[in-house]
Structures are given as C-alpha cells and as structure tokens.
Ligand binder design. Structure first.
Ligand code: URA
Length: 184
C-alpha cells in the first residue's frame, strides 16, 4: 500500500491518481518520473514536499498502471476521506482527471476545469479545490509543461487566500446515552 506522505499539518494537499511501479516498491507516492516533475514544479513555486501532503485516489498500484476502476475508487475513498479530515487542508490541488472528478463530485474533465478554483466540501471538510493536469501528462506531451507551470504559479496566492478551515466546536460532554451507544 502507498498511503500518503508529507506534512500532516499542511495547508496544501495534492491528490494524484494511483501508485506506479516505483511508488509500489518504495511505499511513497510520487517518487517516479511524474514525482520528480512534481518536485520540480513545487520547487518552482518555492515549496518542498515536506511542506505539503501528498496522497492518491487509489492506495494500491493498478495492474499494468491501467486506469482506476469504479469499484477500486469506491473501496479506497474512505482512506482519502480520512486523510482529508485529518490534514484539514485549506487548498487541495487535484492532479488529473480521477482525483478531480472524485473530489469535485462532477463529471467535468481536467481539460475543462484545470486552473478553475472551486469551493467544495469533501468528507465534511470545506476547502478550496484547484484542479491541475497530472504531471505525467507533461511527460508525454511536452507542451503541457507550460500549462502546468502556469497553473502551479497561482498556488502560493491561492494558499494565502483560501479561507482557514473553521475550528470545530468543542464536543459536548459525553452523556450516558452517547457513551452507551459507543460514540465516545
Ligand atoms: N502517479 C500518481 O498519480 N500517483 C503516484 O503516486 C505516482 C504517479
């Protein structure tokens, strides 16, 4: 399993698609060629991996790197939801189609929505969603690199303008009924 890596207190979270071969071997997301490009895109905006949190829609490598299947996305969704609710990012940058569609809850593809800022809620956590192309796309289509760099260039400003996540109200004191129901 490749669960996620980075700073659990990060304001910025990246969500990719699924581990590839190198990630499968190391247990760390985005360490292959697409990951090296992600590192350099981050460096280009003055950030490093240890300042952000990185996860994927799928936690296991699909055989032969095929596209994630609906049942796999559903099986892994609870893990991503738990990660979002633990990290509570202000800005979530989805990398490519699968993460964008899952987190936006919309069928609109990445070619249409890349660079479009949206306010969304996922796993009960409100945040700013900023979809960009998957870095692997720029490995195959060189012209895509400029688009990715342009979209990344707006990230620092977006981290600054994204509303801080409201601090949850302190839980009410446990009463007997609640504790008997196993809620506490
Ligand atoms: N591509 C992804 O979407 N995730 C990874 O972890 C590596 C490559």
């Amino acid at each position: 399993m490749v669960v996620g890596s980075g700073n659990p207190d990060a304001d910025l979270m990246f969500v990719g698609e699924a581990p590839g071969a190198t990630e499968d071997e190391t247990g760390v997301p985005f360490v292959g060629r697409a990951g090296q490009l992600l590192d350099s895109l981050l460096e280009g905006i003055g950030l490093s991996r240890d300042q952000v949190f990185i996860a994927n829609v799928l936690k296991c490598r699909p055989p032969g790197n095929r596209d994630p299947q609906a049942a796999e996305i559903e099986a892994c969704q609870g893990y991503l939801a738990e990660q979002v609710s633990l990290v509570r990012p202000r800005l979530v940058c989805t990398l490519g189609n699968f993460a964008t569609k899952l987190i936006s809850g919309s069928p609109d593809g990445i070619s249409t929505v890349h660079g479009v800022v949206q306010q969304v809620e996922f796993a009960g956590v409100p945040f700013t969603l900023y979809p960009v192309f998957h870095p692997a796309a720029a490995l195959y289509t060189r012209a895509m690199l400029g688009t990715l760099q342009d979209d990344f260039a707006r990230i620092p400003e977006l981290i600054g303008t994204s509303a801080p996540v409201a601090v949850a109200a302190a839980p009410a004191a446990a009463d007997d009924a609640s504790s008997q129901m196993g809620l506490f």
